[in-house]
Design a protein. Structure first.
Length: 260
């Protein structure tokens, strides 16, 4: 998922009603919210009836293969569809104002598929039994999810998930040019959204082999995705981003670092 506002050179979709495009963006965003909020409960084992430790039983080797394939599908969708070369070709088929919403739709579908077909590995690696310690750990993990949301709003949450584009199209406005900016969270680390995911996935009062596989797989994807994403950001912002990258760490804040 790109964490900076990208250039989107608009061209109006011929013959496609703006109202339908707007409705499409709103429906996709609502679907994303439902699936993403469910995913929080699925990972944390809270509230929802079906979690990462539930599902069809399978031999360990089979479960690992299925889960790795699901993680790979999820990672490939996010990575490939976010690349500029793919967007350039994709928008020959999908109208420009719908491009981001369509990306979000496919990402939501990939996440839903992963949760639906996930094979549990419920054997525990550790389990914290002290009640107040469990509460603290849950609070830290949920804080990671809160950081994810805060990072999206620090840039432009509604642009990131396609709503801004369809609403601009509805009002007949053109997309603005790219602006390189670093809100507060982005002055501490370059990718606070990814940092939030890492916290949420790894901080767990009960760690099963299934959750560990999920955490390892998604963290590996994040580390690879950062490289591709930063390459694209350098292409877009040039020396501004190169300088920013030398000043600000990727995921872990530096103690006592000066604000830029």
């Amino acid at each position: 998922m790109a964490e900076m506002v990208e250039a989107r050179h608009a061209h109006r979709p011929g013959g496609v009603a703006r109202g339908l495009i707007t409705a499409y963006g709103l429906v996709v965003y609502a679907m994303f919210l439902v699936v993403f909020l469910y995913a929080i409960g699925w990972v944390e084992g809270l509230v929802v009836p079906y979690t990462i430790n539930d599902g069809p039983a399978a031999p360990v080797a089979v479960a690992v293969v299925i889960d790795v394939v699901l993680l790979t599908v999820f990672a490939m969708q996010h990575s490939v569809m976010a690349r500029p070369w793919f967007k350039e070709r994709w928008t020959r088929i999908v109208p420009q104002p719908m491009e981001r919403s369509t990306y979000v739709l496919f990402a939501t579908a990939a996440l839903a598929l992963l949760m639906w077909q996930w094979r549990p590995l419920p054997e525990q690696i550790w389990d914290v039994e002290t009640s107040w310690v469990r509460v603290v750990i849950y609070a830290v993990s949920l804080g990671g999810w809160a950081l994810v949301f805060a990072a999206t709003f620090a840039i432009d949450h509604f642009d990131l998930f396609g709503l801004r584009q369809v609403l601009r199209n509805q009002s007949g406005k053109s997309d603005p040019p790219s602006i390189f900016r670093t809100p507060m969270l982005y002055r501490m680390v370059r990718h606070p959204l990814y940092a939030g995911f890492v916290i949420a996935f790894w901080v767990a009062p009960t760690m099963t082999w299934g959750r560990l596989l999920f955490a390892v797989g998604t963290t590996g994807f994040i580390l690879v995705a950062v490289r591709f994403e930063e390459h694209d950001l350098i292409d877009t912002f040039g020396d501004d981003y190169r300088t920013y990258r030398t000043r600000v760490p990727m995921l872990v804040p530096r103690c006592g670092a000066r604000r830029g």
